[in-house]
Design a protein around this ligand. Sequence first.
Ligand SMILES: [Zn+2]
Length: 74
Amino acid sequence: MSSSEFCGFHTEIDGMIKRSYRLWSEAYNERLSNAEFLRRILSLSDTGEEAKRVASHLLSKETESLNVDYASDL
Ligand SMILES: [Zn+2]
């Protein structure tokens, strides 16, 4: 696993993001992809700056591994 890429503080935020993803994914009947979820929280004004830093890091990894042209989606 790669959770050690973050310090303790950001690992905690990473865990919160993953827990919210599970809740959102249930609400959307699991049609919401992880990348889509990360884009959504990045667009929310009440997402904290540190959470956005972690989310954009996760999103860049996600889109790298999927090799998706997400710019067309902006
Ligand atoms: Zn950190």
